[in-house]
Ligand binder design. Structure first.
Ligand code: SF4
Length: 613
């Protein structure tokens, strides 16, 4: 007995066939599940240099080994692929029930490959997978699609689907399940490129049975009692992620007006407390005591009169200070509009901020922007731009390509104002004011992500965020821990007070896999996953030159940022040297043969010509 299913479902949209395959035990032992397992399959199955929006790309949906059990905060799921935004390996986590339904159906992983000849959706029940025409749900937003699929296949149907932007291949389109989205890196565009509107599951509940049931039950009780009184859990339950907005502003790392500043006046008007006042109901993922979500009323746009789950901190950042706006209602309405079309709020906000700064600097004018006046804070114009991006109309087509491609298309100075790393638009932490984050984002194998390794000691003030000394080692460590968490899918927000020892015991009781029984071994697995992701990227041509930050971070002193005012990232090269050394990579950021051997990545050693020092 074990909580994982041991099977994957391979769906070929070209031939309209589906087959079940065993996942080798060695894959769990070496990569745990979820992000780790996805990295292994993507490395093995994708050829180098493929177009992410071609039928050669594959879309992987994965749940962690503890998903669907009584363990609290372990039932989110992850979508992985080669990203159309970055060209790197990509993983994008989300809530909603779809992942748990995958587990109930008996799959730890669904691999979607090929391309349907016309728009379709896949429906999975006890009889297997059926390929059905999508005419009736085409063009609908994710909320309506899910309702239609419930009407057609039963109220217990759970699905993952795309909105209009995914159908139209906006490069940062999302995949939605319930009220939650796999937002980052354009996973919805990959789904759209396969002519797949949705994948739905309706199967009886089959609870995963732990390897050591008594021990596991005991661990669940222990976890619940740790969580019950944890102060961070209390904040997350009451306020959700918006609770960090004022903290980030205080540190001077809240990006303002496209990363020109790090703090903004009247921040308390968009604080966690203020958004709490607008909260109408609590929401959360399957089996989570924290339930960090909150439903709020939408006042404008196609979802007007309904409620959405949000906004999260990242959306507050992206439609608030980043655009020079302090307006709670606007942030909620902008969030709802992105949900309606199915686009990532971070990438949308950063793309619009990019356009606003070009407008401010006189690089573009209203005539370049479909007659919109993009002065900072023009909410009507910003709302129109979101719609254009969602529909891929006019200037919205170019902005839906992401800031890297938009800047390349515009040429000239535009690239100086494109805030991305490896093509992924930056999240709500100003790298100049927190040097660990600068390094973590620069080296992230998925581009500008705040979730590739959080410098928690800098965020909590235990370590000076402004010093650049010694950050290489500490970021290597938090990235390894994050890789483990992501491969179990331990929710960062839902697992307050849970350390690696606890996680190791949990994993052992759930699966009986001895490789999970020591923290040192788990960290080695984390390192292996990061290394394999890096090898994926190296095979695509990524090297040290790509582990960098926008020029602004390296040369332009940060303004209006409290304690971080006048900061730049001075010694990125030194930080990279330390980081590569900590991982056993060459000066070019490429894993050495010795490192590959130590991490048992022999299959990479075999196509190693590009790894030679
Ligand atoms: S803390 Fe929030 S995001 Fe995490 S599992 Fe719970 S409800 Fe989901």
């Amino acid at each position: 007995m074990s909580t994982y299913a041991g099977n994957l479902l391979r769906i070929d949209l070209s031939s309209k066939t589906a087959k079940v395959e065993k996942i080798p035990l060695t894959y769990y032992q070496g990569f745990i599940s979820a992000r780790g397992l996805g990295a292994r399959y993507l490395y093995d199955e994708l050829g180098a240099g493929i177009n992410p929006l071609s039928e050669e790309n594959k879309l992987l949906l994965l749940i962690g080994v503890l998903g669907g059990t009584k363990a609290q905060g372990f039932s989110k799921w992850v979508v992985m692929s080669k990203s159309p935004l970055t060209g790197t390996i990509m993983r994008s986590f989300t809530g909603g029930n779809f992942g748990v339904w995958m587990r109930f159906a008996g799959y730890d992983l669904i691999i979607i490959e090929g391309k349907a000849d016309k728009p379709c959706y896949v429906y999975i029940d006890e009889r297997g997978a059926q390929f059905l025409g999508a005419d009736e749900i085409l063009g609908l937003d994710a909320r309506k699609v899910q309702l239609e699929l419930k009407k057609k296949h039963g109220a217990k149907t759970e699905s993952a689907c795309i909105g209009l932007a995914g159908e139209k291949l906006a490069r940062y389109a999302v995949i939605t399940s319930g009220e939650r989205t796999a937002s980052r890196g354009g996973m919805g565009a990959v789904m759209g490129s396969k002519n797949l509107k949705a994948i739905a599951i309706n199967v009886p509940v089959r609870k995963p049975i732990p390897f050591d049931k008594a021990k596991f039950e005991n661990m669940v009780k222990k976890q619940s009692s740790i969580l019950k009184d944890h102060p961070r859990k209390r904040n997350m339950t009451t306020l959700g992620t918006p609770y960090i907005t004022t903290l980030v502003d205080m540190l001077g790392i809240l990006p303002v007006r496209n990363f020109q500043g790090g703090s903004i006046q009247n921040i308390e008007e968009i604080s966690g407390d203020e958004f709490y006042k607008l909260k109408k109901a609590k929401t959360g993922c399957f089996m989570c005591m924290t339930r960090c979500g909150g439903m709020r009323d939408v006042g404008k746009g196609p979802l007007r009169g309904t409620k959405i789950d949000g906004p999260e901190y990242e959306t507050i950042y992206a439609f608030g200070p980043l655009l020079g706006i302090i307006d709670r209602s606007f942030i909620i309405d902008a969030n709802a509009l992105c949900d309606y079309y199915g686009i990532d709020t971070i990438s949308t906000g950063v793309s619009i901020a990019f356009a606003c700064e070009l407008f401010e600097k006189g690089i573009i004018s209203t005539s370049d922007m479909d007659a919109l006046d993009l002065s900072w804070g023009n909410k009507e114009a910003i709302f129109s731009l979101i719609e254009k991006i969602g529909k891929r109309e006019g200037i919205g087509y170019l902005l839906g390509e992401g800031v890297k491609r938009a800047a390349e298309h515009m040429g000239g100075e535009a690239g100086s104002y494109a805030m991305h790393i490896k093509g992924l638009e930056l999240p709500g932490y100003e790298p100049r004011g927190i040097k660990g984050y600068a390094l973590s984002m620069a080296t992230s194998n998925i581009g500008g992500s705040h979730m590739y390794g959080r410098p928690r000691d800098e965020l909590s003030g235990k370590v000076d965020p402004l010093t650049e000394e010694g950050k290489g080692e500490s970021i290597a460590q938090v990235q390894k821990e994050q890789a483990v968490d992501d491969s179990v899918i331990s929710c960062t927000f839902g697992n307050s007070g849970l350390d690696m020892e606890f996680l190791s015991e949990y994993l052992l009781a759930a699966t009986g896999i001895r490789e999970f029984s020591s923290v040192a071994n788990l960290l080695e697995i984390g390192e292996r996953i990061i290394c394999l992701e890096r090898c994926f990227n190296v095979r695509e041509g990524f090297t040290r030159k790509d582990d960098t930050l926008p020029e602004r971070m390296l040369h332009e002193p940060l303004q209006n940022a409290g304690p971080a005012t006048n900061q730049v990232v001075k010694k990125l090269d030194k930080l990279l040297d330390e980081y590569y050394k900590a991982f056993g990579y060459t000066k070019e950021g490429i894993p050495t043969p010795k490192t590959l051997k130590r991490l048992n990545l022999s299959m990479v050693e075999n196509d190693i010509s590009f790894f030679k020092e």
